[in-house]
Design a protein around this ligand. Structure first.
Ligand SMILES: [Zn+2]
Ligand SMILES: [Zn+2]
Length: 148
């Protein structure tokens, strides 16, 4: 556990810390599983992309990730159908816009029913929760295109 706090805000040195942070959120369903988003585009077959530009609308529960390596866009669930054109995420601490993305998953009877999406700034490590989603009972492996 290497979460550290700067100005009262959480920072993480690695993705596992983001999962710990998600588990500690108050007032949310329990986090039973977690997945790091990874783009498995054929254009970088040996090197799954884990750095993304992120657009997310917390109020509407839509988000999409754009892979830094290939530019491929991965909408989360049905976000493309309900897209609200939210602004691009940037780190509130250092202002750069590239993040690692982790989904905390709440499961009932082995199916994902709710997900929280958190990002970790690849530069300074700041964590942000950016959106959450009611999931129509998917298995974890089906949750994000190309996810681990
Ligand atoms: Zn990619
Ligand atoms: Zn940052």
């Amino acid at each position: 556990m290497t979460l550290r706090s700067l100005s009262g805000r959480p920072y993480a040195e690695e993705v596992a810390d983001v999962v710990a942070w998600l588990r500690d959120l108050d007032g949310c369903p329990s986090i039973d599983d977690a997945m790091r988003a990874a783009c498995r585009s054929a254009s970088h077959p040996d090197d799954p992309g884990t750095w993304f530009y992120v657009e997310a609308d917390a109020a509407e529960g839509v988000a999409r990730l754009r892979c830094l390596s290939c530019g491929g866009v991965h909408p989360v669930l049905d976000s493309a159908d309900r897209w609200t054109y939210p602004g691009a995420w940037s780190c509130r601490n250092c202002r750069q816009a590239i993040a690692e993305v982790v989904f905390g998953l709440h499961e009932e009877a082995s199916a994902v029913t709710w997900a929280a999406m958190a990002v970790r700034c690849v530069d300074c490590g700041a964590i942000d929760g950016v959106a959450d989603f009611v999931v129509p009972s998917l298995f974890a492996a089906d949750f994000v295109p190309g996810a681990d």
